[in-house]
Design a protein around this ligand. Structure first.
Ligand SMILES: [Mg+2]
Length: 298
C-alpha cells in the first residue's frame, strides 16, 4: 500500500467544481497548446475510480474473467515441469521438482479495500498509516471477484497459495484472519510474506518484492503470479513511464499465461511515475503533473 490519494475537494463542494474537459471555445483553440491550469478547487481524483470499482459490472467482469482464465491454465502449468513464473534474476535455484505454488499480491488482487478508499473520498483525506492500520484491523475487506473460485481450483490441485504483500509484517495476524474469513486458504503463517520479511542474503529496497519472491522460489515452483501493479511481478528499477514500459514490453508474453494483472484504477506505482516519485511535492504540484501527462491529441 502506498500513499495514494489526492483529496483536495470535499464532496459537498463537488457540485461547485466545474468540468475542465469540455471542448475549447474557438478563441481558446487559437491559442498555443498548453496544459490548462488545474482549477483552484478540483474534484477528488479518486471519486470515479472508486465508484467504478464498487458499482460497475465492468470491474467485476474484468476481475472474474482474469481469474477464470488463469484457472484454465493451471493444469498446463502443472504438467510442464519447466514452467515457472519467476524471472531468471529472481530464480536462484532450479525450479524443477519443487512443490507448486502461486504467488498473489493481497491488496486489490485478492482483497478489495475500496471501502477504505471510499472513506478517503468522503472525508477529503489522503492515505496514511494510522487510518490504513485501522482499516486492516477491522478485517472487513471483501474478496476480489473471482479469486475464491480460483483458490479453490488451485487448492484442489495441491497448489499452495503464497501471499507476497506490502502490508507490513505487523499486520500479518489481521490480514490472515481477513483472508480466511472470505474463504481463502492460508496453509500456515509462513505463506504470508509481508513488507519487512527478512530474506537472508538479499537486501530489500523500499517496498520492492524481489527478495520475497526469491525466498518463495527456494521452496516452490511458482506457476503463476497475480498482482495489480507491475512491481508485483518483477523488480522495477526505474519507476518512470519509460522504465515501466520497458518491463512490460520485455515480459509481454508472460501476461495471460504466467502473470495475471487485476484492474486497480484507484492507486498504484503508475501514479508517482507521473510526478517523479516525489510525494513531498505539494498536492497541487502532483495534481498538475498528472494533468500534464494527459494526451490532449492537439
Ligand atoms: Mg496490490
Amino acid at each position: 500500500m502506498r500513499p495514494l490519494v489526492l483529496a483536495t475537494c470535499l464532496l459537498t463542494a463537488l457540485s461547485a467544481c466545474k468540468r475542465t474537459d469540455a471542448p475549447p471555445t474557438p478563441a481558446a483553440a487559437d491559442k498555443p497548446a498548453a496544459t490548462p491550469a488545474a482549477p483552484a478547487n478540483p474534484a477528488n481524483d479518486n471519486l470515479n475510480a472508486v465508484a467504478w470499482v464498487q458499482t460497475s459490472v465492468e470491474y467485476r467482469a474484468l476481475s472474474e474473467q482474469t481469474y477464470r482464465a488463469a484457472a484454465e491454465y493451471l493444469d498446463k502449468a502443472l504438467k510442464e515441469k519447466n514452467w515457472d513464473a519467476l524471472v531468471p534474476e529472481e530464480r536462484g535455484n532450479a525450479a524443477t521438482g519443487l512443490k507448486p505454488a502461486v504467488v498473489l499480491d493481497v491488496d486489490e488482487t485478492v482483497l478489495d479495500n475500496s471501502p477504505y478508499q471510499a472513506r478517503l473520498v468522503r472525508d477529503g483525506a489522503s492515505y496514511d498509516e494510522v487510518t490504513w492500520d485501522q482499516w486492516v484491523a477491522e478485517k472487513k475487506a471483501k474478496p476480489v471477484p473471482g479469486v475464491v473460485d480460483f483458490a479453490r481450483a488451485a487448492t484442489a490441485r495441491g497448489i499452495t497459495l503464497l501471499y507476497v504483500s506490502n502490508r507490513a509484517v505487523h499486520l500479518q495476524a489481521a490480514t490472515i484472519a481477513n483472508l480466511k474469513a472470505v474463504g481463502l486458504p492460508v496453509a500456515s503463517d509462513k505463506v504470508f510474506l509481508g513488507l519487512g520479511t527478512v530474506v537472508e542474503g538479499c537486501e530489500q529496497h523500499g517496498s520492492e518484492k524481489n527478495c520475497r519472491r526469491r525466498l518463495a522460489g527456494q521452496e516452490y515452483r511458482v506457476l503463476m503470479q497475480f498482482g495489480d501493479q507491475i512491481g508485483d511481478f518483477v523488480q522495477v528499477t526505474a519507476n518512470t513511464r519509460q522504465g515501466r514500459d520497458q518491463l512490460y514490453d520485455e515480459y509481454n508474453d508472460w501476461f495471460g499465461e504466467r502473470w495475471w494483472m487485476l484492474p486497480n484504477p484507484t492507486y498504484g506505482s503508475w501514479e508517482p511515475a507521473l510526478f517523479n516519485n516525489d510525494w513531498a511535492q505539494p498536492a497541487a504540484a502532483r495534481h498538475q503533473a498528472k494533468r500534464d501527462a494527459l494526451d490532449y491529441a492537439p
